[in-house]
Design a protein around this ligand. Structure first.
Ligand SMILES: [Zn+2]
Length: 147
């Protein structure tokens, strides 16, 4: 177990789920206050430490009531977006490539790819991945590829 201070410093006082700043001085009882979330994957390795991330109290998934969901931003024109947390988990475990979004235009796809890479730099700093944008089926596919 790490302290809230350690986890907060490591994550730059930004919530791992909603990507918004977390105020270290706010009460831990406030919904917008800081809390430590435990990131559990579908099949945690036996004896492996459960990674801890900083989250707003209201965003925290530790209670098990909700699955971790990282939303795609509403300003991106993305059709059929993949669930980010599950995709990242799979690629972290096995590597490879997965289509994560379809976009109507090249510009939309480039914007979605850039947003995703920036988001992953904080969400999954250990995942060494890059994005590819390719036309397909009259749309533009954004693919996440591990290196
Ligand atoms: Zn949050």
């Amino acid at each position: 177990m790490s302290t809230l201070q350690e986890v907060g410093d490591r994550d730059g006082w930004r919530c791992w789920l909603c990507d918004e700043p977390v105020d270290p001085d706010m009460s831990v009882n406030d919904p917008r206050g800081p809390s430590v979330d435990a990131v559990t994957s579908a099949k945690p390795k036996k004896g492996a430490a459960v990674p801890e991330r900083l989250a707003h109290r209201a965003c925290n998934t530790r209670k098990g009531a909700v699955k971790a969901v990282v939303p795609w931003p509403s300003h991106l024109f993305v059709v059929d977006p993949a669930p980010i947390v599950e995709t990242v988990e799979r690629l972290t475990r096995k590597g490879g490539r997965e289509v994560v979004a379809r976009c109507p235009s090249r510009d939309d796809a480039d914007e979605a790819a850039a947003w995703l890479l920036d988001r992953l730099s904080r969400l999954a700093p250990d995942l060494r991945a890059t994005t590819e944008v390719k036309p397909g089926g009259g749309q533009h596919l954004v693919t996440l590829v591990t290196r």
